[in-house]
Design a protein around this ligand. Structure first.
Ligand code: PMP
Length: 416
């Protein structure tokens, strides 16, 4: 076990300093210091993000784009600065290719309703994987029901990795879209999305990547990946809830019909005909979530201050340590043992229901997620109802993993 000093200074990260930025972490839960291991569900927010919200609402709250008064101009410019910050963060070619959404689910539904309805018809095929979140399954099922298209599912092996050869065989000239998760929220598997994108493009299919779990843990680079669409939620990336990002390649976004109709997304409206605004505004109808979007820039600054590479390396060590320590408990079975994985450790314990484990750990101040994690078909494949999931972030420590493992050992003893 690393000494306290080493734990707090890893890969150029001063974990003590990082933790000091998160007020919520410094509290007792059920009489015990909080150990927050539910980062895949949502991350906690650093002070700079919380302060950005206070600054906005106490300093320059105003509706954007339409006003010419000082507050409106200030709010508009902060809103658009966040768009440019996202462009940099994901190395997108242009800021206009960044659309603000309410989150990953909203982004996927946008693509299904616009690109999907315009380009996918009867007999066409959409490919997803076996480890998708419900939000990357249901919108495609709805689209298939409406259009008569077919949904095909890439199988996985026992470790929770996609079977690439099976994917290659599924592709055909009928494949219109491949929509796949970058990192699985239930297993932590990092999918070989670059290879998936290249292969799909050989068949002329477009590719949507669900980056909900990737954006906080590994580099995401649109120009390197060459995907057609990429979506994620800011609340899993130290930002506010209710905001998300959809990246799309300009020609695709321009050709797509609009999503929601209303103010902001139009150029001119008459009762006879409406012309639509340019991207990105064509897809941002109505007053957006201005305050939270403004705070996005601060969340990205937080990540950049520490560096994705450092964060990935530190989280990798935390994950290895959690894996090793958990395997010292005989009744623990890990679910998802991919060679390439990050930040998530999912497991079951013989003879104890996952909900009971979650409740007993909560009594010890440890926040774990239990259940199917919105991936019911994946749980069915593993023949289980759900797992206990610890999902890690850069503010977690080796000591916290020890606390979790000691708690689980205790529970295992009691249920022997
Ligand atoms: N995809 C994945 C892989 C996720 O982990 C999640 C959130 N658990 C989502 C999609 C949906 O994200 P949101 O609820 O923020 O729209």
């Amino acid at each position: 076990m690393s000494s306290n000093y080493e734990t707090l200074n890893k890969h150029g990260l001063d974990i003590r300093k990082i933790r000091a930025e998160f007020p919520i972490l410094h509290q007792q839960v059920n009489g015990k210091p909080l150990v927050y291991f539910d980062n895949a569900a949502t991350t906690q927010k650093p002070l700079r993000v919380i302060e950005a919200l206070t600054d906005y609402y106490s300093g320059y709250n105003a509706n954007i784009h339409r006003g010419i008064h000082t507050l409106a101009e200030k709010a508009t410019s902060a809103f658009e600065e966040s768009r440019r910050a996202v462009k940099e963060f994901m190395n997108a070619p242009e800021a206009e290719e960044i659309i603000f959404t309410y989150g990953t689910t909203d982004g996927i539904n946008l693509i299904a309703s616009t690109f999907g309805r315009a380009n996918i018809g009867e007999g066409d095929e959409i490919i997803i994987s076996s480890m998708e979140h419900h939000s990357n399954i249901v919108p495609w099922q709805m689209l298939c029901e409406e259009t008569g298209a077919k949904l095909k599912i890439i199988p996985i092996n026992d470790r929770g990795e996609i079977v690439f050869e099976a994917f290659e065989k599924m592709l055909s000239e009928r494949t219109r879209l491949v929509s796949i998760v970058h990192i699985s929220n239930s297993l932590g598997t990092i999918n070989p999305v670059k290879a998936v994108i290249q292969k799909a493009h050989e068949y002329g299919a477009k590719v949507l990547i669900d980056g909900a779990q990737a954006s906080a843990h590994i580099e995401i680079d649109m120009q390197d990946l060459d995907c057609d669409f990429y979506v994620f939620s800011m609340h899993k990336l130290f930002g506010p809830t209710g905001t998300g990002i959809l990246y799309g390649k300009r020609p695709l976004l321009e050709a797509m019909p609009p999503f929601r109709g209303g103010g902001e997304m139009i150029k001119e409206v008459t009762f006879e005909k409406t012309t639509y605004n340019d991207i990105p505004y064509k897809f941002e109808a109505g007053t957006p979530n201005i305050g939270d979007v403004v705070a996005i820039k601060r969340a990205l600054e937080f990540v950049e201050a520490y560096g994705k590479e450092n964060i990935s390396k530190y989280e990798d060590e935390l994950l290895q340590y959690a894996n090793e320590r958990l395997q010292t408990i005989p009744s623990v079975k890990l679910i998802g043992t991919a060679q390439n994985k990050i930040s998530v450790v999912s497991f079951i314990m013989e003879g104890i229901h996952h909900f009971d484990i979650g409740m007993m750990m909560d009594a010890r101040g440890v926040a774990l997620r239990t259940g199917h994690h919105c991936t019911q078909p994946l749980m069915d494949l593993f023949n289980i109802e759900g797992t206990v999931r610890a999902s890690l972030s850069l503010y977690n420590t080796f000591e916290e993993i020890d606390i979790m493992v000691e708690g689980l050992k205790n529970i295992a003893e009691r249920f022997k």
